[in-house]
Ligand binder design. Structure first.
Ligand code: ARG
Length: 460
């Protein structure tokens, strides 16, 4: 096997086939081609600006890189595993096309600062794309929440009916979570938006480069302040993966609810043919595969985070080839999350809640028992603990009779607490229960309507 022309000067023989296979990253880092070309254009412009390259050389590099971009975009570029990675594939092709000037491009830089720059640019763009998708999903949820501000359903703890809530309130809970996800991505973007280029291999360079120039040209806030940190840190990627894993976890919880709610035993929601699949053997089935896959794909995203944390732990400064393993997880997590966001937004717009089933379930399981206890506290001034006890006895009584709390005759209630009067029935309905929860952040339809409108305005 031939030696690599970029570093093979002191090598008599080429690598073994296995060495080449384990070493090469071109199979996956070709995804960075746009960022790599963008970084090289900025670097060449800077080198010309400070007089390291002539204007003619820079112009030739610019033309060459733009031709190479066209070759790649049109699928005409011949990728070479022997050239290891995206950086050397492009540089070798550049020299092939423009000769001498191509060989000067790598002055005052290293693949170490180059790859750190490329990946930051890629993650920055991925964040911008995900942010737009998060916004779209939040808007879909807020629209459905406004539509269902009064649709009652059971609120659960431990997946046991707890107190009635509205479907709008439930959906808006996810809007809040996703809004924090956007905040996490925005924080990550702000911190990663510094330029490693010019750190060179690890120690900086003796050439009179202008790092502010390249930072500005690439849309970074500033150059990174320490060359070892610039080439040796991947916490920006870890932060991205962590935000992605948390976001995927939110989507997974929603997906789990869709799976449960569309099961005929619950029957809270229906999804159309667009987001379900049939069974090849059981003709009656309508399986929520999209939701199941959103739930499952969270594993890949969380796995990418754990994977890179494990790569980075124990790595001495500065660069180590271990870091080449950062990319696949980052790419896969970003692409997986994008697909999950799109699928979730699709399901949110597609789902048809069954208001009658939801209302029936909202009243089941003595879900207004807390309202009864609260009434005893408010109207009879029972201490809450005593009210809780009285209510417990009334629930047991209703359970024994096989009826709801609202169906217990007044005399029966009075046998437990003689001061109860007929007004109690006013708090035992599901509608009265949700309407009463007007505390800030509570589920009352009036609150939900206001919150949904507030989100829709903010997201418009
Ligand atoms: N392909 C390498 C990576 O992804 C680029 C940097 C290689 N640097 C080096 N000194 N071999 O990390």
């Amino acid at each position: 096997m031939a030696t690599n022309s970029s570093w093979g000067g002191r090598y008599a023989e080429g690598p073994s086939a296995i060495m080449q296979a384990i070493n090469a990253s071109i199979g996956f880092d070709r995804k960075l081609w746009r960022q790599d070309i963008e970084g090289s254009l900025a670097h060449a412009a800077m080198l010309a600006h400070v007089g390291i390259l002539t204007r003619e050389e820079e112009a030739a590099i610019r033309q060459g890189l733009s031709d190479i971009a066209a070759e790649i975009a049109e699928g005409r570029f011949a990728w070479s595993e022997a050239l290891e990675d995206i950086h050397m594939n492009i540089e070798a092709r550049l020299t092939e096309r423009i000769g001498e000037a191509g060989k000067r491009l790598h002055t005052a830089r290293s693949r170490n600062d180059q790859v750190a720059t490329d990946l930051r640019l890629w993650v920055r763009e991925a964040i911008d794309g995900l942010d737009g998708q998060l916004r779209d999903l939040m808007r879909a949820l807020a629209d459905r929440a406004a539509e269902h501000a009064e649709t009652v359903m059971p609120g659960f703890t431990h997946l046991q009916p707890a107190q009635p809530v509205t479907l709008g309130h439930h959906l808006l809970a996810y809007v809040e979570m996703l809004s924090r996800d956007r905040g996490r991505f925005a924080d990550c973007r702000r911190r990663l938006n510094e330029c490693p280029l010019g750190a060179a291999a690890l120690a900086g360079t003796g050439f009179p480069i202008d790092r502010d120039f390249t930072a500005r040209a690439l849309g970074f806030e500033r150059p990174m302040r320490n060359s070892l940190d610039a080439v040796g840190s991947r916490d920006f990627a870890l932060e991205f993966l962590s935000a992605a894993a948390i976001c995927a976890t939110h989507l997974s919880r929603f997906a789990e609810e869709v799976v449960i709610w569309t099961s005929p035993s619950f029957g809270f929601l229906r999804l159309s043919d667009a987001f379900t699949t049939g069974s090849s053997i059981m003709p009656q089935k309508r399986n929520p595969d999209a939701a199941e896959l959103v739930r499952a794909k969270t594993g890949r995203v969380a796995g990418a985070l754990i994977g890179l944390l494990t790569v980075m732990k124990g790595l001495p400064l500065a660069y180590g080839k271990d870091m080449q393993e950062d990319k696949e997880g980052v790419f896969d997590a970003a692409e997986t999350l994008a697909l999950c966001l799109a699928a979730t937004a699709g399901m949110v717009r597609d789902m048809r809640p069954d208001a009658a089933r939801l209302a029936a379930a909202a009243g089941a399981g003595f879900s207004t028992a807390t309202d009864l206890a609260d009434w005893l506290v408010r109207e009879l001034r029972l201490p809450f603990r005593d009210a809780h006890h009285v209510t417990g006895r009334l629930v047991a009584m209703a359970e024994a009779r096989g009826c709801d709390l609202a169906d217990l005759p007044l005399e029966a209630m009075r046998s437990v607490e003689p001061r109860i009067n007929a007004e109690v029935y006013g708090v035992l309905t599901v509608q009265a229960s949700v309407a009463s929860r007007r505390s800030f952040g509570g589920t009352a339809p009036a609150n939900v309507r206001r919150m949904a409108e507030d989100w829709r305005e903010r997201l418009a």
